[in-house]
Every structure is written in C-alpha cells, then in structure tokens.
Design a protein around this ligand. Structure first.
Ligand code: FAD
Length: 310
C-alpha cells in the first residue's frame, strides 16, 4: 500500500507528488493524461518566475520533476471509484477502470476540471487560434482587438469587465432573456463604453480564415434573424465542470460539483485530501493548483504522522 496516492497528474497532482516524495514516504500518482489541461495550452506567461513557456513543455517539466523522486507513476489510468477506509485496515481504496484496486493510507484527489464547450462549428477548429476559455490566461493576447464573450453568468460578465480594460471592444452574448450575473457586476458591465450586450442571442458558428478567428454568427431569438459580428477573439464562459462525477455520494461536493476542502486540503472523508481545479478553491490557475497540491501533500503528511497506523 502507498502512504500517499495521488489521483490526477496535472499541476496540482505533480506538485503534491514532489512534496510527498520529498518526505521519503511511499508515493504513487495515477493519471488519465499526465500534464492535464496544460497539454491543451499554447502559451503560459503567468507562472511567476517562468517568463514564457508552452503547455506541452510545462507538462513535460512537471513529469520530469516528479520522476526526480521515487514516485510510482501510472499514466493512462482512470480512477472510477473511491472506497473509504474501514476501521479494519485504515486504507483508502481507489478502483481503476482496468479493474485493479490500489490502496493507500492517504489519497489526494487532483482530477481537475474541463471548460464547457458551446458546441458550434469553428469552436474546436479555432481553439487557441482565437477561441479561448481563460481571460486571466489569454486576455493580454487580444490587447486592442475585438472579442466576444459567450455567457452572461458571473464568469461571463466578470470576463467581459476584465477584458474591456485590455481589448478594444467586447460583445457579450447571453442565450437567455437577461444576464444571470450578480447585480453589482451587471451594473458595472453596463457602465463600460466599449461593451455591447446582446441577450436572447444563440451563437451558431465561429468563423475564421487563414487559421484565425474573424467573426461569429448568432441568432437573435427575439426576431429570429441571424446576425454576424466581426472580431478576432471569442471567450467561451459557460461553465467549468469539475472532474468529480466518479466521487458523487462518497464525499462532500459543492452544488457545482467541486470537492469541498478546508485550509489544509482535507475533504469530508478522513485521510482523503484534494487540490486544484476540482476543489472549491477559487480562481482556476496553474500557480494556484500547484500551491494547492503542495498544501494537500503537507496536509496528508501531517495526517500520517498523527495517525496511529504504522
Ligand atoms: P488538470 O490540469 O485538469 O489535471 C487533472 C489531471 O487529472 C489530469 O492528469 C487528468 O488526466 C487527471 N484525471 C481526471 N480525471 C481522472 C480520473 N477519473 N482518473 C485518473 N485521472 C484523472 N492557467 C494558467 O495559470 N495560465 C495559463 O496560461 C492557462 N491557460 C489555459 C489554457 C487552456 C486552453 C486551459 C484549458 C486551461 C488553462 N489554464 C491556465 C488553467 C490551468 O491549466 C488549470 O488551472 C490547471 O491545469 C489545473 O490543474 P489541476 O492539476 O488542478 O487539474
């Protein structure tokens, strides 16, 4: 059995692995895809102290750092079930899709999240070529340009306010009759001069030429007319979905499906910790996920030295 078993090999999992292994305890890390979301990222310019890198390079460095220590790395493995410890052996079980069950004194869940897609033509084709999901990450790439934000909930309206300070012009498109964000955000958004807001707007396509976005089309649901907006970027802000479906019913999740953690990364289940985008910790960023992974590993280590299990 492991002392610490980490489920997820993105920034949070890799940081947890490095911190746990440096304590000299038996550490395992399993992941469907090492690197996680960073494998889908083009430029990374906000991991402080690394001026500029790209996602696959960053992911390779995460793996290299974990492999520097004695971490048992199981790539391309999917966890399907978490089995809480019983009084008999005090070990938590993680059941894999291949049928095997791994056991560990502590488990760190760092399965991350995924952006919800609008599922219109052009979205996949122009991903990272004008279609973006993270204003904190990619906002500066559109300095002075025209962008749209799809989604009028809190994240969409926050993104539009944030982007309006960087880009030339923002068009916000909301499918429903009204923006769904907090009133204070909506009134802030409405006060900005370089923002147009369209409600009852159903995005139908993202278009481009020469490998770059050049516009989007939407249907005005009130009139049924199709409209086109010329622009250079589209930010999709219709939700971030935590990869926690497999945990439903075993530990406490927020109403958004995020794993509820305390300041040490402890979940509602003894010996089970969590870190990164899959948790209730706000602001989904690499630097936050790595710090969080380190914290959960130290939390798990603290749990181990306090528990009676040998
Ligand atoms: P993830 O990176 O999502 O990793 C999750 C890990 O868990 C993966 O290894 C996955 O395979 C594994 N996993 C999931 N479910 C299971 C399962 N059931 N069993 C086994 N393994 C599982 N942030 C920045 O700070 N700067 C940027 O410039 C930036 N750009 C971004 C661009 C894009 C296109 C995207 C999508 C995100 C970007 N982000 C950026 C956000 C950043 O990538 C995330 O905040 C960060 O990767 C979260 O790390 P994590 O380890 O919590 O989760």
């Amino acid at each position: 059995a492991y002392d610490v078993l980490i489920v997820g090999g993105g920034p949070a999992g890799a940081a947890a692995a490095v911190y746990a292994a440096r304590k000299g305890i038996r550490t395992g890390m399993l992941a469907e895809r090492l690197g996680g979301q960073t494998m889908d990222t083009m430029g990374i310019e906000n991991f402080v102290s690394v001026l500029e890198t790209d996602g696959p390079k960053f992911a390779a460095a995460l793996e290299q750092h974990a492999r520097l220590y004695e971490v048992d790395i199981l790539n391309l493995q999917r966890a399907e079930k978490l089995i809480p410890a019983t009084d008999n052996d005090g070990l938590v079980g993680v059941q894999l899709a291949n049928g095997a069950t791994l056991h560990s004194k502590t488990v760190i869940l760092s399965t991350g999240a995924r952006w919800r897609e609008v599922n219109v033509s052009g979205e996949r084709e122009y991903r990272n070529k004008g279609v973006a999901y993270c204003p904190h990450c990619d906002g500066p790439l559109f300095k002075g340009k025209r962008v749209a934000v799809i989604g009028g909930g809190n994240s969409g309206v926050e993104a539009a306010i944030d982007l309006a300070g960087i880009v030339g012009h923002v068009t916000l498109l909301e499918f429903g009759d009204a923006l769904r964000a907090d009133a204070v955000l909506v009134s802030k958004l409405k006060s900005l001069k370089n923002v147009d807001i369209h409600t009852q707007a159903q995005t139908t396509a993202i278009t481009g030429a020469d490998g770059k976005v050049n516009g989007l089309t939407y249907i005005d649901r009130a009139s049924g007319e199709s409209r086109r907006v010329e622009l250079e970027g589209v930010f999709v802000q219709i939700g971030l979905v935590p990869n926690s479906e497999w945990l439903k019913g075993t530990l406490e999740l927020s109403r958004h499906g995020e794993i509820v953690v305390d300041a040490r990364g402890q979940t509602s289940l003894p010996g089970v910790f969590a870190a990164g985008d899959v948790t209730t910790v706000p602001f989904k960023q690499i630097i936050i996920a790595t710090g969080d992974g380190a914290k959960a590993a130290l939390g798990a280590f603290d749990h181990l030295i306090r528990s009676s299990a040998p």
